[in-house]
Design a protein around this ligand. Structure first.
Ligand code: HEC
Length: 235
């Protein structure tokens, strides 16, 4: 065989060898046997499905002391507490615990401008609250957020019932995201993630289901969840 006829053939051979090799390395990267947990931690370029920023457990009693140390009561009233009364206009906090996840409070303190209700904006449309990023330790932030998350309206019932629609189920965390109407005496209509206790209860519902649920207001977890109907076309 002449060299001229051999040349395209050798290109073909080298070319396919390169293809096979690169496919092998691609395949080994993507089909390697790992446990789901290990997969979550290694080699994943994206965060796991359903990932949310989560706060470590805080100490509400220490957080109360942090609240006093930074004189948050200069602006915020907390009904039922004996802090000096505020001299500025800011949300009253005694009912906050049921309203938002603890991460929301941490954000309010680190980044007050992330969410500012219209009636509190200053002339520039900003929050009048300064961020505490330079002054507070991370531990203080965790504890004061836990303190606010522990606040409940006085005399709210031990359990409340709601109806809504499942937006997402995070099975491995025992969490469900629900778009719900007003829960009388406890919470306005909103879309929010809830822990479910025991976590296996989430198995009873899927995304899109209309549901009924019961919240334990002290622990802020769902203790009963029941499907009313599924989206059309699904059993
Ligand atoms: C100068 C007054 C001022 C001080 C001091 C202040 N805040 Fe605020 N805070 C506000 C105002 C006004 C808002 C409402 C606007 C907003 O959401 O930023 C607010 C909002 C919040 C919210 C969100 C409440 C909601 O309705 O969602 C939290 C939580 C909060 N503050 C916690 C704190 C903590 C904890 C401290 C002390 C470390 C503190 N604040 C100190 C004025 C203040």
């Amino acid at each position: 065989m002449s060299f001229q006829r051999l040349l395209p053939v050798s290109f073909l051979v080298i070319g396919s060898a390169v293809l096979v090799l690169s496919f092998q390395s691609f395949a080994s990267k993507h089909t390697k046997k790992t446990t789901p947990d290990a997969e979550k931690r290694q080699g994943q370029t994206h965060h796991p499905i359903g990932w949310r920023f989560t706060m470590p457990k805080g100490d509400a009693a220490k957080g109360r002391a942090v609240f006093e140390k930074f004189e948050c009561h200069y602006c915020h009233e907390v009904r039922g507490e004996n802090f000096p009364l505020p001299t500025e206009n800011a949300p009253e906090l005694s009912q906050m615990g049921g309203l938002h996840p603890v991460e929301f409070f941490a954000e309010s303190i680190m980044n007050p401008n992330a969410v500012v209700p219209k009636n509190y904006r200053d002339a520039e449309g900003q929050s009048p609250m300064s961020d505490f990023t330079e002054k507070m330790t991370v531990r203080e932030l965790i504890d004061v957020s836990a303190y606010i998350a522990s606040l409940r309206p006085k005399g709210s019932p031990k359990t409340v019932a709601g109806v809504g629609k499942v937006i997402a189920v995070v099975g491995d965390k025992g969490e469900v995201v629900i778009e719900h109407g007003e829960i009388k005496g406890f919470m306005d209509a909103m879309t929010m993630g809830y822990k479910v206790s025991p976590p296996s209860l989430v198995k009873a519902v899927s995304q899109g289901d209309q549901i009924q649920f019961t919240i334990d207001t002290e622990r802020n977890v769902i203790t009963r969840i029941e499907k009313k109907s599924s989206p059309a076309g699904r059993k």
